[in-house]
Every structure is written in C-alpha cells, then in structure tokens.
Design a protein around this ligand. Structure first.
Ligand code: ADP
Ligand code: MG
Length: 258
C-alpha cells in the first residue's frame, strides 16, 4: 500500500513576479501543509506582501506555479489545457482565503457586528438572523462579545484588528493570510491580537503570517521563512532559524529585530 499523500494548502514552485522591469519575486519555492503556521520575515521591500497577494489572487504571477489546496491559482485545467479564470471564478476562489492587513479597513459606517455579517450576507446569501448569530459567536471568539453594537471609531486599534480577524473568519476560509497584522498597533495592543491568532492556530487553522514578532514566530510558528531581495534565503523550524541562522543576511536581519 502506498502512503496517502496530503495535498499542501499552499505550494509555490518557481514563482516570479515582475512589476514592469523590477523583479520582485525571483523564484519562490515553498509549501504550507494543512494546519501549519508559516511565519515569514524579511526586510521591507523583500517581496513578502507581493507573495501573499499572489496566493490571494491579487497579483498575477509572471512565471512559475502556485497552488492553493491543490488547485492552480489563476487557471482552470480542462484536459491538458489551462484556461485563465474569469473574474467571477477568481472572486469565488478568493472567498476561500481570509486576509488580514496591517490596516484593518473596517467599514466605518457599520457596527462591529454588521462588519462581520456583511460578507456572508452579501456574498454567500446567508440569512440575516443566521449571519448575526454567527457574527456574535465569532466576536466572542476574538474576545469582543461586549462590542457588537460599537462602531469601529469607538474601538482601540487592537480591538479593530480583532474585528477584522472575525470578519475574515466569517467566510469560513480554509487558509488565513496575515500581512504584518500588529505593525500598526501601539505596543500595548499587540499582545491581544497575537493571542487571538495563537488561538486560531491551536484550533488548526492553516496560516501564513508575515510578522516581525519573533516571540510569536518561535512559539506559534511551525516553520519560519526568511525572505530577502525576492528570494527565500533560509527556512526551517523557527527555533533553528532564530538560534542558528545559516546565512549572513539572516543573521544581520535577526540582529535588528530580536
Ligand atoms: P515587503 O512586503 O516585503 O515589504 P513588497 O512585496 O510590498 O515587499 O514589495 C516588494 C517590492 O515590490 C518593493 O520594491 C515595492 O516597491 C515593489 N512593489 C510592490 N507592489 C508594487 C506595484 N503594484 N507596482 C510596482 N512596484 C511594486
Ligand atoms: Mg509588506
């Protein structure tokens, strides 16, 4: 009998991305297995956000292949031919992935609860009462059970970011992407957001997290990737990479963030 093979949640093979003549991703090879938390670190401009945006269908690859849950990003296979996805097909794929940004981008004119209910109602056609029930459960999960009626402007940055996480979870994503989710927060608010992310990881969510919170990477991450200049310089278990970096560039970077 052959071992059952597990399909990676994300598989990147030789991914290149150019913006005009600027080569931003220079051949990224990575795999994220279901349930894995991969943390990505690297200097500003190294291509971290661009890579997340490629996974989430927000950028078109220039070359290489990227799969999410076994399906090629951007294409549909028919026989041995590949067809580019139409806009509505791309939109459907994007719904399977939750993304949380540095800036929370909540709808300012809606309450916290309405922010979380919006996509399930508008995009999935979930009934309002059901969407509300689910939103309240998600708000409880992110520690905001007492805030459904508040407006975003009435919340701290950390609370707003937790609403943004609940809003992403409301679409039942199979993968969550975090792009420096705590970088815009006052230091005293970082912990409450990381605690929610840690709980999500413990519940088995597959996550790719761009972060410079090395404590989080070490304690929650299953793997750590160091990117620089559009390449993966080094990857491994967070403990190994942090305590025993193999490359000068990794050492220099860790020296600045640790
Ligand atoms: P990081 O997230 O690691 O800071 P980014 O992926 O945001 O890096 O950016 C990598 C490089 O790509 C930077 O030089 C940035 O200026 C450039 N870049 C990102 N997005 C665009 C774009 N839409 N058009 C042109 N250049 C871009
Ligand atoms: Mg970035």
């Amino acid at each position: 009998m052959t071992e059952p093979t597990i399909t990676p949640m994300v598989k990147s093979e030789g991914v290149h991305k150019y913006f005009g003549r600027l080569e931003v991703l220079k051949g990224i090879d990575l795999e994220v297995m279901p349930g894995e938390v991969m943390c990505v670190i690297g200097p500003s401009g190294s291509g971290k956000s661009t890579f997340l945006r490629c996974i989430n269908h927000l950028e078109k690859l220039t070359a290489g292949k990227l799969w999410v849950d076994g399906e090629l990003v951007g294409y549909r296979q028919k026989g041995d031919k590949l067809h580019e996805l139409r806009d509505n097909e791309v939109a459907a794929k994007r719904r399977e992935i939750g993304m949380v940004f540095q800036r929370f981008n909540l709808f300012p004119h809606m309450t916290v609860c309405e922010n979380v209910m919006e996509a399930p109602i508008q995009v999935k056609g979930v009934a309002k009462a059901k969407a509300r029930e689910r939103a309240l459960a998600l708000l409880e999960r992110v520690g905001l059970a007492d805030k459904p009626k508040a407006y975003p402007r009435e919340l701290s940055g950390g609370q707003q970011q937790r609403v943004a996480i609940a809003r992403a979870l409301a679409m039942d994503p199979k993968l969550m992407l975090f792009d420096e989710p705590t970088s815009a927060l006052d230091p005293e608010l970082v912990g409450e957001v990381l605690a929610v992310m840690r709980q999500l990881a413990e519940d088995g969510m597959t996550m790719v997290v761009v972060t410079h919170e090395m404590g989080f990477a070490k304690e929650v991450g299953d793997s750590l990737v160091f990117m620089d200049g559009g390449v993966v310089v080094e990857q491994g278990s967070p403990r190994d990479v942090i305590s025993n970096p193999q490359h000068e560039r990794t050492k220099a970077f860790l020296g600045k963030v640790l």
